[in-house]
Design a protein around this ligand. Structure first.
Ligand code: MV4
Length: 490
């Protein structure tokens, strides 16, 4: 593979190109009107203009991207995450154009893109799943029967859903009919597919995902877990590896389950099995993400692997160079997603100019970002500004580094979630490791940041007074009537 086009923007496009370059592979960027001056464009060996800022006229235009890739002699396309990364038709069209899609086969993408198809595919393996049905259901009477068997509370989910869209908790039989009808109409309008199914609702789960890596020669490895329970409305905020709740035995069982999921769809490349873990430490497979995930760096830091390099090697047909026994967890890594959103104002997206932008740096700190000081943050895309990743020998050390890095990070001009990240990393429940997917809802109010603000304002006022009086002393003229300045000069 001589030349790779990255069909993405921002931090992930840059991150993929850095590895490609380190492997001696030429890089091609694509960009929209809004991204003309972006680092991913200036970094690349070649850059192709796609069109206007809106994604459907640029980064989602698969046909245009493939045509341009062919025209400039690209032999691999890396889709990053989001955009076309989990689009089976795109992966298919890339292959049909004689270009290698750096990711799984279209079959795996489409099977795992449907939750019901995914359940069907893993049926013959012994993978723990939440009690529920694996068929779409529209009949309320039948749903009532099934719900009675499963036992309340139940959860209605959309088969085509993602990010919690179309999910509804039903606490009792009386609420079932109306919730089902709402879920069906929501799924129809959001995904064009009204298929819903029913599961037992796990009340306070932790969200643990397992990274897998598979080659084209039937080898599948698990690269341990990421703890992703710290979310706000299905948007991840802090991720970490390893998880405090996994014992070596549970890690092995979940790892094996994720490997089986990958085998069930003939997976190739880097993928992620999503699981819920309940208070009894029972785990349930939910779904598989068939892309490189935003939070992959924490896995890289604890395993020492470069996941993009592994993706490229596997796509070239190379067998994996390591065995499961060769892999181990070293240290602890945290990732904070820094969003251009205002945590003091209900996380309202904040656009504008990055007047000041100085990322934290230092030992044990990695920043994956795609913006520079002076740039405008476009409104058209995901609001993530940067990923602040810290590493330490222990969880405590990684958390301490994160707090220091947050304090070192300088962003002005655009409201951002650094302060929210600080709130999480200093919260006793997070520090103790005793939290679940309800952490943000349970512990965060805007007031906690306002208190932080008040505290900072007090410190600033004290400091200002102190500096003022110090300066004042110095400026006092000596009794002689000659200032120090005069004495030195004459
Ligand atoms: C669940 C669940 C409880 N019980 N399924 C949300 C997104 C989707 N990927 C799966 N989700 C959930 N599925 C059952 N049977 C709770 C969630 C859930 C959740 C999962 C992971 C991380 C954060 C979450 C927040 C709320 C609900």
């Amino acid at each position: 593979m001589q030349k790779i086009l990255v069909a993405n923007r921002g931090e992930i496009a840059l991150r993929v190109m850095k590895t490609a370059r380190s492997m001696g592979i030429k890089t091609v960027a694509v960009y929209s009107e809004a991204d003309r001056t972006s680092p991913h464009v200036t970094f690349a060996d070649e850059a192709i203009f796609l069109g206007p800022a809106p994604s459907n006229q640029s980064y989602l235009n698969g046909d245009l991207i493939i045509a341009q890739a062919k025209a400039c002699g690209v032999d691999g396309i890396h889709p990053g995450y989001g955009f076309l990364s989990e689009n089976a038709a795109f992966a298919e069209a890339v292959e049909a154009a004689g270009i290698t899609f750096i990711g799984p086969r279209p079959h795996a993408i489409s099977v795992m893109g449907s939750k019901l198809a995914a359940k069907e595919a893993v049926k013959s393996y012994d993978i723990p799943m939440v009690p529920g049905i694996d068929q779409a259901i529209t009949d309320v009477a039948l749903a009532k029967e099934i719900a009675d068997q499963i036992g309340y509370p139940i959860l209605i989910k959309a088969s085509a859903g993602g990010g919690g869209k179309g999910m509804r908790v039903v606490e009792n039989p009386e609420a079932l009919a109306s919730q089902m009808n709402r879920a069906i109409s929501e799924a129809t309008s959001a995904f064009g597919d009204g298929s819903v199914f029913i599961e037992k609702y796990v009340r306070s789960p932790r969200h643990i995902e397992i990274q897998v890596l598979a080659d084209q020669h039937d080898h599948v490895l698990y690269l341990f877990e990421r703890e992703c329970s710290i979310q706000r409305r299905h948007q991840k905020v802090v991720e970490e590896a390893p998880s405090v709740i996994l014992t070596p035995d549970l890690r092995k069982r979940m790892g094996q389950a994720a490997v089986d999921v990958a085998r069930a769809c003939q997976y190739v490349g880097a993928g992620t099995g999503e699981f819920l873990v309940d208070a009894n430490h029972d785990f349930f497979f939910l779904e598989m993400n068939t892309r490189l995930q935003v939070e992959h760096p924490v896995t890289e830091l604890i395993t020492g692997l470069d996941l993009v390099e592994e993706q490229i090697r596997v796509a070239r047909g190379e067998p994996l160079r390591m065995k499961q026994e060769d892999l181990q967890i070293t240290g602890h890594a945290l990732e904070l997603r820094v969003y251009a959103e205002d945590p003091r104002n209900n996380f309202l997206p904040s656009v504008g100019k990055l007047e000041v932008y100085r990322p934290a740096q230092g030992e044990g700190i990695r920043v994956d970002d795609g913006y520079r000081e002076g740039m405008d943050i476009p409104i058209f895309y995901d609001p993530m500004l940067a990923k602040l990743i810290t590493y330490g020998k222990t969880r405590e050390a990684a958390i301490q580094r994160m707090i220091e890095a947050i304090d070192d990070y300088d962003i002005e001009g655009v409201a951002n979630t650094l302060s929210f990240g600080r709130f999480v990393c200093t919260h006793p429940a997070f520090v103790s490791g005793n939290f679940d997917t309800h952490f943000v809802k349970e512990h965060f109010t805007t007031d906690v940041l306002k208190k932080d603000n008040e505290q900072e304002a007090k410190v600033a006022a004290l400091l200002a007074t102190h500096l003022y009086s110090k300066k004042h002393d110095k400026l006092k003229l000596p009794q002689t009537g000659h200032s120090e300045w005069q004495q030195r000069r004459f």
